[in-house]
Design a protein around this ligand. Sequence first.
Ligand SMILES: [Zn+2]
Length: 518
Amino acid sequence: MKTNTLKLSALVMLIAITGCTSKPTFNADILLTGGLLITGDGSPVNAKQVAICEDKICGIFAPDSTHIKAKKIIDVSGKVIAPGFIDPHTHSLSDLKSSTRNNNLNYLTQGVTTVINGNDGGGPVDFDATKHTLHANGIGTNVGLLVGHGSLRKQVMGKVARQATEKEMSQMEALLEAAMKQGALGLSSGLYYVPGSYANTNEVVRLAKVAAKFNGIYDTHIRDESTFSIGLIPAVQEAIDIAKAADIHLHLAHIKALGVDVWGQSEQIIKLVESEQQQGLSISADQYPWLASGTKLHSALMPKWVMADSKKAFHARLKDPRLQDQIDRELAENLRRRGGAKAILITKFHDKSLEGKTLEQVAKEWNLSAISATKKLVLMGQVRIASFNMSAEDVENFMQQTWVVTSSDGTDGHPRKYASFPKKLKSYVLDKNLMSLETFIQRSSADTAKYFNIKKRGQIKPDYFADIIVFDPKQISVNASFAHWNVLTEGMQYVFVNGEIVINDHKFTNIHAGKVID
Ligand SMILES: [Zn+2]
């Protein structure tokens, strides 16, 4: 007792001598000074210093704090410091597995530090093998993986147009369970696409239940975004029914009202989603900020039955004279829904002379009807298109909902792969003022992490991974367009991935700091 009192009085004296206001020195690896912090949780911008220790954020300090020592101090005066964006819907896995595009630079330059893959029912089934390949290759951004229902189906039953048997169901469930245990974020479906379109609702419910058991989510490209089959509203309802039956979070991929028949239905969908949310169902969605979707010509226009079984069978049907009347009729109807041949722009094809032309222009050059030109093009090879099928009102209506986050759905042939986040910032936040900068950042990072159950990313917060972007919103330059879809965005001054500087004063450092999230 006596020694303790002595020690205490000695300590008090020491404080009196050295000055009691001085804090102990805080040691960091990197300190960002002079910046304007937007944390991602929706709170307003605030002048702060941000410290990074190894791969984590280790401190947030007042601008006048002087007790921080760092190996590297970066002056970011007047610039916004924000969490790196999380893109919940990409198709970037083949880039990440390649030897030249694994830096994912088209995403880093948008400020995206984490991409999700395996959307639309596609992607790999074997999580561990994919993780191993990606880590061995080196990747520029972090990656989270969903397990595709279409991939499960293809692996177990090929592309046949029928329901799954009980045995096939158990095989798909077992494959999904293994991937969920290894770290997959959930199940994705593409019920519009072959072979997902051949599945009934119950098949998806059974699989969603497996994902739910491991706290995964259900992410879906719904069965119909237009009036192709069951209709837009019934397709949203199907997604809701699946989530209810499986007791799982529902995420509606790239929410939209596709085609003239369903323009204006954003109102009804928002009401439907919100009434379900009020009754306790957890629902979110993502959206890319463009009026055109991007896909392949055959996916956009061909009737599903024509594409069944194999490419060989598909092409044989396209040439079978007995089937032409029916194919032409259905093709014409699909083209009408999408706004006609003038609303279909060819953006990527092996015959470069056709790129940048509309289907209407190509048909005219060939002296064919739009229907015959479509069939000819599909038989010639894979044609990537931009399909101008959305109304500005619906896009803006969806965008303003608290449960809609930013995505790219990036694919070759569409500027969304290079400029979705900056486009939303420029056109909808700065020009049209549809939301504040803080809200835009929240719906591009923290909210996405919350919906996809991504731990310790999406916010600037101590102990979170140091995925950080630094930029001046007014200096972001959107360079990609429908005419030149693959031009990098400029303006991100610094990008950190897991504490590593991957963009340093606007220049890529060639560091592959991304990890597979599990
Ligand atoms: Zn999709």
